[in-house]
Write a protein that binds this ligand. Structure first.
Ligand code: UD1
Length: 454
C-alpha cells in the first residue's frame, strides 16, 4: 500500500466512511438540495487561532470533514480541550497548552500541512514549536519557505533536524516588515497568527486577501487583535499582549459550493446549494454563466442548473483572490469536456494541478496538458515559472472507467465525471475526498445518484 492509499484510508476512517472505493452507475442528472457549512480553509485555521487565547473559544458551522479531525487531534496533543457542544459547534479551551513530541504531531498530522500554522501560537504560548515533514494534497512541491522566512523575521530560530523542524523564540517575538514573494494564503495566515501577539507593529506586503483570510481577521479582531487591511494587499497588525477566546460562525465553504455547481452542469442536473453565498463566488458565477450554466441567487443559497442548451467553451486562468480560484478549475473542467469547442485553463497558482485529467481522458475526454503553459496567449496576470495549461476539446461523451483519486479537488472531479459518464465507474481512494467534502456520500444519495460503496 503506498502513502496515498494510507492517507485515504486514514481520512475515511476519521469520518466513519466504511469503504474507500465507490462504484458509480452514471449518466443520471443530479437533482435536489444539499447544504454546505463552514469552509475547510477557514475552520481549520480558526481552530488554530483558539490556541492564541487565554480563554475558551466557540466555533460554529464546523463541517464533519477529516481535516477537522486532524486539527482536533493536533490541538488535543497540545493540551487544548475540545468539546462538541452540539453537532457543528466546537468549544476549544486552551487553558492548559503544552508541548507535544515530533512523533505525536506526526501521527496526528499525517500528510496535512496544518502543523505549520501552529508555529506562531505555540512560540507565543510555549517559546517553542515542532513541525514534522509536511504534506497536504499532492499538487506540487508546496514548499514552506515563505512561512519559515516570516517566522525568522519575527525573531524565531529555525533549526532543521532529522525528524522535522524545531523552532524556538529565545526572546519575545517582535513585529516585522514582511513582503511575500507571492500572495500565499497559508503564509498570510502564518503572519496574522504570529503578528497579533508579537511586540510592536507588523506590516505585511503582497498579502493574500481570500474571503477565508478576511474571516480569520474577523475572528482575531473578536479576540482583541488590531488588524487593518489597507489597499494594495497590505495588512498592518499592531501586536497586543493577550487575546481572549472568540464566538464565531465560520464562513461557508465556497469551494464545496462551486464543486456541486459543476456537478449540476456536468450531469445536466439541477442542484440547490443551501448556504452558498454570492459574494464569495462572484468570479466563479461569471465563468459559470459564460459556459452556459444557469444559476439563481436565493435568500439562503444558490440554485445551479444546466438549462438544456449547449455549453460554451471558455478560457480561464486561476489566480489569487479575487481571481478564479485554483480549487474551482478541477470540477469545472469536467463540465468543460461537454462544451462545444476548445476551452483553455491556465493554472498559475500550483505547478502540478492537472494530474486528475489523465483519468478524465481514460473516461473519453480530450484534454491536453501543456506542462510549460502556452506562452503565446495574452494573459491577465504575468506568467509564473510554474505555469501549466490544460486544453479541453469538447464535447466528448464520457464513459465509465476505473480510476484512483489523486488529491482532494481532483478526486471530487472524478466523482462528477463518474456521475456524468454512461456506464459504471469504480473510483478508489475516495477517503481523500472526505478531507474537504462533508458527507459527500450522503449528499450524492440525496441528489439521486446511483452508486454503491464496496
Ligand atoms: C490554500 C488552500 C488551498 C488553495 C490555496 C490557494 C487551505 C487549507 N488550502 O493552500 O485550498 O488552493 O490556498 O488559494 O487553506 N508557496 C511557496 N512557499 C510557501 C508557501 C506557498 O512557494 O512557503 C507557493 C505554493 O507552492 C503555491 C503558491 O505559493 O504555488 C500558493 O500556495 P498557498 O497560497 O500558500 O496555498 P496554501 O495556503 O497551501
Amino acid at each position: 500500500m503506498n502513502s496515498l492509499d494510507k492517507d485515504s484510508q486514514k481520512a475515511a476512517a476519521r469520518v466513519g466512511l466504511v469503504s474507500d472505493t465507490i462504484v458509480i452507475h452514471g449518466g443520471k442528472p443530479l437533482h435536489g438540495r444539499i447544504e454546505v457549512r463552514g469552509a475547510k480553509n477557514l475552520v481549520t485555521k480558526a481552530m488554530v487561532a483558539a490556541l492564541l487565547a487565554d480563554t475558551p473559544s466557540v466555533l460554529k458551522g464546523v463541517p464533519e470533514i477529516s481535516d477537522v479531525h486532524v486539527v482536533s487531534g493536533l490541538l488535543r496533543a497540545h493540551g487544548v480541550e475540545i468539546t462538541e457542544l452540539e453537532p457543528g459547534v466546537l468549544r476549544l479551551d486552551p487553558s492548559n497548552v503544552k508541548g507535544a513530541h515530533f512523533a505525536e504531531i506526526d501521527a496526528h498530522a499525517g500528510s496535512s500541512r496544518i502543523p505549520i500554522l501552529f508555529c506562531g501560537p505555540l512560540l507565543h504560548q510555549l517559546g517553542e514549536a515542532f513541525i514534522p515533514d509536511l504534506g497536504g494534497c499532492r499538487i506540487g512541491d508546496r514548499p514552506i519557505d515563505f512561512h519559515l522566512d516570516a517566522l525568522r523575521a519575527f525573531g524565531a530560530t529555525v533549526e532543521k533536524k532529522h525528524e522535522g523542524i524545531h523552532l524556538t523564540a529565545p526572546q519575545k517575538l517582535r513585529g516585522a516588515l514582511i513582503e511575500l514573494p507571492f500572495p500565499s494564503v497559508g503564509a498570510t495566515e502564518q503572519v496574522l497568527l504570529t503578528a497579533v501577539r508579537a511586540e510592536g507593529t507588523t506590516e505585511l506586503k503582497n498579502a493574500a486577501i481570500e474571503p477565508e483570510i478576511m474571516d480569520l481577521i474577523a475572528i482575531l479582531q473578536k479576540m482583541g487583535a488590531i488588524i487593518s487591511v489597507e489597499p494594495n494587499r497590505v495588512i498592518v497588525i499592531e501586536g497586543v499582549e493577550k487575546l481572549d477566546g472568540y464566538l464565531h460562525t465560520a464562513i461557508v465553504d465556497r469551494n464545496e459550493a462551486a464543486s456541486w455547481a459543476a456537478a449540476a452542469l456536468a450531469t445536466k442536473g439541477d442542484i440547490t446549494v443551501g448556504g452558498a453565498r454570492q459574494q464569495e463566488l462572484m468570479t466563479f458565477l461569471n465563468v459559470y454563466r459564460k459556459v452556459g450554466g444557469a444559476f439563481d441567487v436565493l435568500e439562503d443559497g444558490i440554485r445551479f442548473w444546466h438549462p438544456g442548451t449547449p455549453l460554451k467553451p471558455v478560457t480561464v486562468e486561476t489566480d489569487v483572490h479575487p481571481g478564479f480560484m485554483t480549487d474551482w478549475q478541477q470540477p469545472l473542467i469536467v463540465a468543460l469536456t461537454q462544451a462545444e469547442g476548445v476551452s483553455i485553463v491556465h493554472e498559475t497558482v500550483y505547478e502540478n494541478r492537472f494530474g486528475f485529467t489523465e483519468a478524465l481522458n481514460e473516461m473519453g475526454a480530450n484534454i491536453v496538458v501543456h506542462k510549460d503553459g502556452i506562452a503565446s496567449i495574452t494573459r491577465r496576470v504575468p506568467r509564473r515559472k510554474l505555469e501549466q495549461a490544460a486544453v479541453i476539446t469538447g464535447p466528448t461523451p464520457l464513459h465509465g472507467a476505473a480510476v484512483r483519486v489523486p488529491d482532494l479537488r481532483g478526486g471530487f472531479s472524478h466523482l462528477i465525471a463518474g456521475l456524468a459518464a454512461t456506464g459504471t465507474s469504480t473510483i478508489s481512494n475516495v477517503g481523500i475526498i472526505s478531507r474537504g467534502y462533508e458527507l459527500f456520500i450522503d449528499k450524492m444519495r440525496a441528489l439521486g445518484a446511483d452508486f454503491e460503496l464496496v
